[in-house]
Design a protein around this ligand. Sequence first.
Ligand code: FAD
Length: 323
Amino acid sequence: MSKKILVFVESKDGKLRNVSFEALTVAKQLADGGEVIAAIFGTGATEFIQDISQYGPDKVYVLEDEALSIYTTDAYVQALGQLIEEVKAEIILLGHTAIGKDLAPRVAARLGAGLISDCTGVNLENGEIVFTRPIYAGKAFQKKVFNQGKVFATLRPNNFEIQGNLVVAEVVPFQPVIKDLRTIVKEIVRKTTSGVDLSEAKVIISGGRGVKSKEGFKPLQELADVLGGAVGASRGACDAEFCDYSLQIGQTGKVVTPDLYIACGISGAIQHLAGMSNSKVIVAINKDPEAPIFQVADYGIVGDLFEVVPLLTEEFKKVLVPC
Ligand code: FAD
């Protein structure tokens, strides 16, 4: 059952996204003697070929069109659709990122293909590819098998092991025909300028309404800095204007799967759990011993976050920061 698998490789701020390496590793495992094709878009795309080659694709298609230098739905949908038809890919993998979520369903609909979104597992079982995805805000998991036609799948970041597999991939330039663009991006102004990307962070320190103010987030940021992590928030904290909505985690915010998630002053509403319950280790700090967050936590600390968080920062500093 050898397959032709295309991986849409995504870059952000001049760096390839980790989820693309996860997708290449998954593609390599599924190909079963078939072909793995990586596709990279945008001016300067050739710079990434060496990095991509470390994850074992047979071919790297490079689409260096000026119209692809900044993501627009119009241009990328046309280019990816044409590339898939050219290479006759049967399985198309993308990250479940803002771009992947926008692009995959549109191209799939144009090509009359299926789509399985937000996969947390992809396995070969008895010769069939089984995709696993969470449903009902993460309360249950659904397994899906596709047995005819093309299929698109978006992979949730931080859920798949990355394995290097250095090859000399064949590099193929591809020129798509891009026309009738309705959107031109003139400038990108970022709200958050620095720090670790929340959706790919290995450690997240998240604050809720219990943080009480903007200033209340400072000790959380200090802990995040010591652990090399990012700060997140509940919607309660965002609604109270303690922080920006770009930090919101949950059903209507970002979905994250870090190695360590520390929830500070967050009650654990189902909508919040939908965004973080797949984290590998969850620590909850809450002064209410009955808070629902303790039901999903691996470790619970009943106490005042303003006492507990600085203590944790001090202890981690002793262990992690060389004197
Ligand atoms: P609260 O529920 O008010 O909890 C605050 C917690 O802080 C309490 O448990 C309290 O004991 C504790 N606390 C207070 N002071 C301290 C202290 N000093 N030390 C330690 N602990 C302390 N929510 C999300 O988070 N993400 C979403 O994406 C999201 N989407 C939603 C979509 C819909 C359609 C709806 C209806 C709701 C959504 N919500 C979402 C909101 C969600 O239902 C909750 O209202 C929200 O998560 C509560 O935020 P919170 O836990 O910070 O606040």
